[in-house]
Design a protein around this ligand. Structure first.
Ligand SMILES: O=C(O)CCC(=O)C(=O)O
Ligand SMILES: [Fe+2]
Length: 370
């Protein structure tokens, strides 16, 4: 196991100083192209708003089984809601965690009469806990969402600068907010960001136990960038480095962990990696571990080829020689799933077959299980 020093911590406040900004952009360039995983501090997200949400997590997960079951993902064709302990599978093994999936609160856009694409059915409203069970949760969540959304857009602008492309180039992906003055107009439907609230259970035993899978090794597939908040001091997150060793990525106070999704890797032709990571269980006598990944959404109708057009050749050329011209193992390499909506729908159907069967039917299920 290598040491944590391998993962850089970038200070985003350097962006406010004309003298120091270049240093930040150089560090970001290195983190993007050589590491693929980083921490950010002085990120501008209000500590009170983080606390307001994280302090409610125990109450959210301590709701009765009945209350949690009433929020089950099975109620939602959008795959939003609660999944019980070990109900999700990664690499053919159960993940030892429970979770709530939330998203940007948006109305349904899918309309079978108007033959809207099936993947638009992923878009839809959240299942909110009963106010009496987690008082203040909805407000705290929405405020956290807005802060993270803003951080994610700010960070995308820094990536553009590190790529030496005009600020606002990627604003076309985020049409609700036009952030840069010269952002290109776009016809895309507003993306929906996803936020998972995750609990890995405590270990009550005094005995050391074998490492188990909190969540199995994976690349993030739900978005463009991921901003992960690790609550408290419990460890478990590990990152696979270029030489095949697992590096610890423990919580560092006041930071978010940032990594890049499959779509980012595919769009940059592997120049920026969707780094593989996992969470292992801790023990003995460990406390529960809570985490909150924010997955920055992209418009579902975009194809990877369209996204790639925003990435100049000088960026794509930074991919390792061993990986040229196109040896990427990615669902986007298959033309059936080369569009964000198709690949997202496939991912959700594969991880929650019961929800897919109920809302989409057997034919759709077997098509996406291929
Ligand atoms: O819980 C964590 O620290 C990471 C979770 C994660 O990687 C994910 O849900 O995609
Ligand atoms: Fe992840």
């Amino acid at each position: 196991m290598s040491e944590t020093a391998a993962l850089p911590i970038l200070d985003l406040s350097l962006a406010n100083s004309p003298h120091l900004k270049q240093q930040l952009l150089e560090q970001l360039h290195d983190a993007l192209f050589n590491v693929g995983f980083l921490y950010i501090k002085n990120h501008g997200v209000s500590q009170e708003k983080i606390k307001a949400l994280t302090s409610l997590l125990p109450a959210l997960f301590d709701q009765t089984d009945e209350a949690k079951a009433s929020l089950s993902k099975l109620n939602s064709p959008h795959f939003l809601g609660y999944s019980g302990f070990a109900e999700e599978v990664t690499l053919g093994q159960k993940d030892l965690r429970e979770q709530f999936d939330f998203a940007t609160e948006l109305p349904v856009v899918y309309n079978p009469q108007a033959s809207t694409k099936l993947y638009y059915r992923l878009r839809g409203p959240n299942q909110w806990p009963h106010e009496g069970n987690a008082p203040g949760f909805r407000k705290a969540f929405l405020e956290y969402h807005d802060e993270l959304q803003a951080l994610s857009y700010r960070f995308v602008h820094l990536i553009e600068e590190a790529f030496c492309i005009p600020t606002g180039t990627f604003d076309a992906f985020f049409p609700r907010l036009t952030l840069a003055q010269n952002a290109a107009p776009t016809h895309h439907v507003t993306p929906q960001h996803r936020i998972k609230l995750v609990k890995y259970p405590a270990s009550l035993s005094d005995l050391a136990r074998e490492e188990e899978q909190g969540v199995g090794a994976h690349k993030d597939s739900s978005g463009w960038l991921t901003f992960l908040y690790q609550v408290g001091k419990e460890e478990g997150l590990e990152v696979l480095d270029g030489s095949g060793s697992w590096i610890r990525a423990p919580p560092v106070e006041g930071t978010f962990v940032v990594n890049f999704g499959n779509a980012f890797e595919a769009a940059t032709e592997g120049a920026v990696k969707a780094t593989i990571h996992r969470v292992i269980t801790q023990g003995p006598r460990s406390k529960p571990r809570y985490s909150i990944p924010f997955f920055q959404g992209l418009p579902l109708d975009l194809t990877i080829e369209e996204v790639r057009q925003y990435i100049p050749e000088h960026v794509r050329a930074l991919r390792p020689v061993s990986e040229r011209p196109n040896s990427l193992v990615s669902s986007f390499a298959d033309s059936r799933w080369d569009n964000l909506g198709e690949s997202q729908l496939r991912k959700w159907i594969r991880s929650h077959e019961d929800v897919a069967k109920k809302w989409y039917g057997d034919d759709v299920l077997s098509y996406y299980l291929q």
